[in-house]
Design a protein. Structure first.
Ligand code: F6R
Ligand code: MG
Ligand code: MG
Length: 371
């Protein structure tokens, strides 16, 4: 437990079953999760919480004083997902009930057990705006490009040029998901080294960002379900916490990279590249129905006040992001027209964890030496 009266924001998520295939959570799942977290708020474990969804992922946004990787907080998230599975998903026969709960019993931390977690502990500033990013139908590397633009690209973040308090730059913690090793690199000094790694988002994933003076600025979930299970179990559908304003990128600079609708891995059967579409939380936008997608991202803005969550504001619910959604749809049409061909279909490294291996195995013995 934290001793310095710091605030921790924990965003823990899982796909524990959904309505009509893989596209949206059921309202009863949200209701049950809210009841469970309300208990813990009354008991004093949580200071505050907000339960929402991004597509078929149930998202628990929690604030508390217990620090990162706290057993009680992780256990609360795990038992919430378990109870939603047992009491709602299974009785309603929702699709893929309990999908992301890969372990039988809780063992101290949800990382490595299926759910995704992003956590950030910090000393609250006089006013602390935070943006919570939630994605569906993609994997953690999807944040690499936007996080780079937010914290390192002066063409995106005007503050890097015109605000002296941002001039000293940021430190990127990059995780090598293949080796389980991480490295901290300084930006702008080591900008090219950072790009050499994070340009391969299937292997290298940004896990944390600090301001040069050590102030925690961002945290992202990094779990790769396929690497935990050794087989395809749905995409990881990552989450990310970004603090904003006064000496950090402004909220508008945090959102700006999502006007690109950049290509990410995921979409149908977790096997296709597609555009990341910025959407509001609303029923109209927050469900992937075209080819089970395309991949999408929701952004919720909060003020953190003595560890309570003031808000949210549904940040992509803005007509200014309509062209990005239209562009994402156009890219979706173009990518879809490639059908089963790469680069719409993912490359062999990523397809290794899908059902494609069964097809390749079937053909293996029919190959003969070429003339
Ligand atoms: C992607 C996703 C879906 C499923 C697809 C097939 O993350 O969850 O695109 O992969 O609907 O699902 P199954 O194999 O369950 O029929
Ligand atoms: Mg699903
Ligand atoms: Mg999902």
């Amino acid at each position: 437990m934290s001793t310095k009266n710091l605030t921790t924001v924990s965003v823990i998520k899982a796909d524990v079953g959904s309505l009509a295939g893989h596209h949206i959570v059921h309202p009863k799942q949200l209701e049950m999760a809210r009841q469970k977290l309300e208990h813990s708020r009354k008991d004093g474990l949580l200071v505050d919480f907000h339960v929402t969804h991004c597509g078929d992922d149930l998202e628990l946004i929690m604030t508390h004083r217990m620090g990162e990787n706290n057993v009680k907080i992780h256990e609360l998230a795990w038992t919430t997902f378990k109870e939603v599975t047992e009491k709602v998903s299974k009785p309603l026969k929702l699709y893929a009930a309990g999908q992301d709960l890969l372990s039988e019993a809780f063992s101290g931390n949800v990382r490595g057990m299926g759910p995704g977690a992003a956590e950030l502990e910090f000393q609250e500033r006089a006013s602390d705006p935070v943006v919570i990013l939630l994605a569906d139908k993609t994997s953690p590397g999807a944040w690499n490009l936007p996080l780079y633009k937010i914290f390192a690209d002066p063409f995106n973040t005007a503050g890097l040029v015109i605000d002296p308090s941002l001039h000293r730059g940021f430190i990127f913690e990059v995780l090598d998901t293949h080796e389980g090793l991480s490295v901290r690199l300084k930006c702008p000094e080591e900008l090219y080294d950072i790009l050499a790694l994070i340009g391969d988002p299937n292997r290298y994933v940004i896990s944390k960002i600090f301001r040069n003076d050590g102030l925690p600025a961002a945290a992202a979930s990094t779990s790769r379900l396929s690497m935990i299970a050794g087989r395809y179990v749905g995409k990881d559908d990552p989450v990310c916490i970004v603090r904003a304003q006064s000496g950090l990128p402004a909220v508008g600079e945090v959102l700006e990279p999502f006007s690109l609708s950049h290509l990410v891995p995921g979409w149908m059967r977790g096997s296709h590249h597609g555009p990341l579409m910025p959407v509001s939380v609303s029923e109209a936008q927050n469900k992937g129905t075209r080819f089970d997608g395309p991949p999408r991202v929701v952004a919720l803005g909060f003020q953190i006040s003595n560890a309570t969550l003031v808000g949210p504001s549904d940040l992509f619910d803005d007509p200014a992001f309509e062209p990005a959604r239209t562009k994402a749809s156009e890219i979706a049409y173009y990518m879809r027209s490639h059908g089963p061909f790469m680069p719409h279909r993912l490359g062999p490294d990523e397809m290794e964890y899908t059902t494609l291996t069964g097809v390749l195995d079937k053909l293996k013995d029919r190959f003969q030496k070429a003339e």
